[in-house]
Design a protein around this ligand. Structure first.
Ligand code: CO
Length: 654
């Protein structure tokens, strides 16, 4: 195992994330020039990425101008400011107050909110009504407020906090929701504005713990009288010659892939400048790939739940919440870790140890054929490279896994795990808008929506996007036997034509073609975006959450590249009344053919909870793939060597 300590690494590329020293410098410049008081939160400090042409023209050793982008919240003035500072010149490049917006909630505020609510007499009264006296055992989760009318105006920094109660400090509090109590907190003024109490529902009777020590407790749901299993024998993954990748700073090369790893406090793991070496030619595929927003709309009209819909990226920061990954637990084998650096709310750099994990996996067979006449077998094993990061957002865990394959496929897999958000229900009742997971305890129906921004660069910056469907040919002269079907391709020529939905029954995918390069068959070289499991958004289009998460309305959006358009629900979704992000971006209806295009893929993970999801849910996977489709002349993995350590025909005889 090796950890790349970012603290000591020199900057050698314009896309390298900020170092701790650079964050200190950025904050020091702002402090010197603007003298922010103690009421000012440093909501985020991140690299201000240089323009695409600057990055693409950069050559190793060339000059680099480093800039940082800061978002600040002045709680006393109730103002949000954006600053760009040059770390190279030590000056503020731009400073602006952004009117009427709320930046994301900082981790420091999570705990401040909990302390405030616990001290509220009205909240304490509500808990006493439910038989709770020890308020220190309450968990108060800072659910973002959303926007449900003028009282939620983003002038005020609001949280709608929900409460759960533990039996002891290390208890899983989500087993005992305080149903009906919503605390509205003003985080600028640091006051509890209101405690809503919608009526008492008894606390669920059982514990929901999941550590080995808890399994045999008959009060736990579920419980295992025999405790943990003891019949699993060791497996060890060794790579005696070391891993097959090379790392230089944030740059990775593996097999024929090369790319840069990035990390921002808001997006978490980012991929930059993904390219493939095709017989000596470095061919670009993607300029930048990132999570552009996510939201979890709950489908329960009950007073405690109907406003639950966290935009976990824009309202909290997926990077800020990254886990420190551990060898043998999160990742197995020859691991390379990358640390990430973020700033806390007072601007102090914080190193997130092992925030990104990279390793190789054996992935079954890559390709095979047996010549049944001669018995000759050719088979290759598939090795894939995994770059991953896991974020804990309150009760949930989200794992983001990018897989690089030897056949030119790039896949994103999301792993959803953690604890479902719960509600309490009276004994004997069954929830209409959720599922019982334990006696008196239910998980409301919900969806997890993600949007990935894929700034494509298929053999050059200029690309075009086509929708490709398969369709049966009508019976007739063209199809006398009724068996015929064709593949229809349609150019998505403008932004207004490129708001599209998945159609698995038509085998639909979206093809991104190069404006310049041709393959051996004379066709434009191309990659295709292949949807995985997906679903329709069930929130009504006029609902608050659907207006705010406009990206849920379609699975595919395509925009002409604009570096200012990076987030699918806009720059400041927290308490935003709606309409920002993709719906606003595509309103320009820019032409897309052979332009610098960005694909935005929206992905809904539908979650009807099962008892098996309790108390901590087994990983559920959703994702999509980018696959070469006429990018190469033939199978690009033909040159993968036969399995090592075996005579060439060994596999044939065994
Ligand atoms: Co879920």
């Amino acid at each position: 195992m090796e950890t790349t300590s970012c603290a000591s690494r020199p900057v050698n590329h314009p896309l390298d994330p900020l170092t701790p020293a650079e964050i200190e410098t950025a904050v020091a410049i702002v402090r010197r020039e603007r003298a922010p008081g103690d009421d000012v939160l440093f909501v985020s400090v991140a690299l201000h990425e240089p323009a695409k042409d600057v990055v693409l023209a950069f050559r190793e050793g060339g000059p680099i101008e480093r800039r940082a982008f800061l978002v600040l919240r002045d709680r006393k003035m109730r103002a949000t400011c954006e600053a760009v500072v040059s770390l190279t010149t030590g000056a503020i490049v731009s400073w602006r107050e952004v009117p009427g917006v709320q930046p994301s909630i900082t981790i420091d505020e999570f705990f401040a909110c909990e302390r405030l609510v616990r001290a509220s007499p009205a909240w304490q009264t509500a808990l006493r009504k439910r038989g709770v006296e020890d308020f220190e055992l309450a968990m108060v989760d800072p659910w973002s407020a959303g926007y449900y009318g003028v009282a939620d105006d983003p002038k005020r920094r609001l949280i709608r906090a929900l409460t759960w109660i533990r039996a002891q400090p290390d208890d899983n509090g989500y087993a005992r929701p305080i149903e009906g109590v919503v605390a509205i907190v003003d985080m600028d003024a640091m006051t509890v504005v209101e405690i809503e109490d919608h009526g008492v529902v008894p606390l669920p009777p059982h514990a929901g713990n999941y550590s080995p020590a808890a399994l045999q407790d008959p009060k736990n749901v579920p419980h295992f009288p025999d405790g943990v299993r003891h019949d699993l024998r060791a497996v060890s993954i060794t790579q005696p010659e070391g891993p097959s990748f090379e790392v230089r700073g944030w740059e990775v090369s593996w097999q024929k892939w090369s790319f840069r790893i990035g990390f921002t406090p808001r997006e978490g793991l980012v991929l930059h400048t993904v390219a493939y070496d095709d017989r000596g030619r470095r061919r670009p595929i993607l300029y930048r790939a990132s999570l552009a927003e996510m939201v979890v709309p709950y489908g329960d009209p009950a007073p405690t739940h109907w406003r639950k819909n966290a935009f976990d990226e824009g309202e909290y920061g997926i990077g800020m919440l990254a886990n420190a990954l551990t060898l043998g637990c999160d990742c197995l084998g020859e691991i390379r870790y990358f640390d990430a650096v973020v700033a806390d709310a007072s601007g102090v750099p914080t190193v997130l140890r092992n925030a990104i994990c990279m390793h190789e996996e054996d992935f079954g067979i890559l390709w095979k054929h047996t010549n049944f006449r001669t018995g000759h077998v050719e088979v290759r094993r598939s090795r894939r490279l995994v770059v991953s990061s896991i974020a804990t957002v309150g009760n949930y865990e989200y794992g983001f896994y990018w897989y690089f394959y030897q056949d030119g496929t790039l896949e994103l897999q999301l792993k959803l795990t953690g604890i479902v958000s719960t509600g309490a229900i009276a004994p004997g009742e069954r929830p209409t808008h959720g599922a019982l997971v334990a006696p008196g305890l239910y998980a409301p129906n919900h969806q997890h929506w993600f949007n990935f921004r894929l700034d494509m660069m298929v053999d050059g910056v200029r690309n075009a996007v086509h929708e490709v469907d398969s369709a049966a040919v009508p019976l007739g002269a063209e199809n006398p036997g009724g068996n015929a079907w064709v593949v229809n391709r349609r150019l998505l020529g403008r932004e207004s034509e490129a708001c599209r939905d998945a159609d698995p029954l038509a085998g639909r995918y979206w093809l991104v073609t190069s404006a310049e390069a041709r393959n051996g068959l004379g066709e434009p070289t191309a990659y295709k975006l292949v949807p995985g499991e997906n679903v329709r958004a069930l929130a009504h289009r006029d609902s608050s959450v659907a207006r705010r998460a406009g990206f849920m309305a379609h699975h595919l959006w395509v925009t002409r590249h604009d570096p200012a358009e990076r987030y699918a629900a806009g720059d400041y979704p927290n308490q935003h009344p709606g309409g920002a992000g993709l719906p606003a971006y595509v309103a320009a209806d820019r032409p897309l053919e052979n332009e610098d295009v960005v694909l935005w893929y929206s992905l809904g993970a539908h979650h009807v909870a099962r008892p098996e999801d309790w108390p901590v849910m087994p990983v559920a996977c959703v994702g999509f793939a980018l696959k070469p489709a006429g990018f190469f002349d033939g199978n690009p993995a033909l040159d993968v060597a036969p399995p090592a350590g075996h005579a060439h025909d060994h596999c044939a005889r065994s």
